[in-house]
Design a protein around this ligand. Structure first.
Ligand code: SF4
Length: 185
């Protein structure tokens, strides 16, 4: 088993997929290594690529607002992505890139052992929950698998593009808080 620092060192030198040629910084997950809740989005954006930190900029502010509404903070969750390097022009990551990078997420999950995994957006939900997951219809639903509770919410970037989705996403985040209470966490 690897430590978080070892995983970060691997990612910093990683050449397992073509994104290593265009990234500025790989973006490892951040947060509590004892978190009960892990949030998983699709890939770092341009600002994250520049700073090497997940969810900075306007999408990060939106995420912080949603977390606060659910009485959560970044210090008590773990926040990561399916792939660790920014796809140029923020395109969807390819299957090749996702397959190359998924071991990092597997090791992060083994290290942290969260009780709840929240997919942020379609790409993460289709990789983690089900390949045919429809985020518009199925966000907020819960599934238990191998001891993990899985759910999905809209990606904060989607809320910046369409603020009409903010209220239902806030309800999904409140349901995360309720699930934590239900599990006595
Ligand atoms: S996206 Fe993942 S697999 Fe590809 S170079 Fe970056 S860290 Fe390595």
């Amino acid at each position: 088993m690897y430590t978080w620092e070892e995983l970060k060192q691997f990612a910093d030198r990683c050449t397992r997929c073509p994104l290593c040629r265009t990234r500025t910084h790989p973006v490892m997950g951040r947060g509590s290594l004892k978190a009960d809740v892990m949030f998983i989005a699709e890939a770092p954006g341009r600002q994250e690529d520049q700073q090497g930190i997940p969810f900075v900029g306007p999408a990060g502010h939106m995420l912080d607002e949603l977390l606060a509404a659910a009485s959560l903070s970044r210090d008590e969750i773990y926040l990561t992505n399916i792939i660790k390097c920014n796809p140029p022009f923020n395109r969807d990551p390819s299957d090749e890139e996702k397959n190359a990078c998924i071991p990092y997420l597997k090791y992060e999950t083994l290290l942290i052992r969260p009780k709840i995994m929240v997919c942020l957006g379609r790409v993460a939900a289709q990789r983690i929950i089900s390949p045919d997951f429809r985020i518009t219809r199925e966000h907020g639903r819960w599934t238990e698998r191998k001891g993990y509770w899985l759910t999905a919410a809209y990606h904060p970037s989607a809320l910046l593009r369409d603020p009409s989705k903010v209220e239902e996403t806030r309800r999904d985040f409140l349901a995360i808080r309720d699930k934590l209470r239900e599990l006595s966490l």
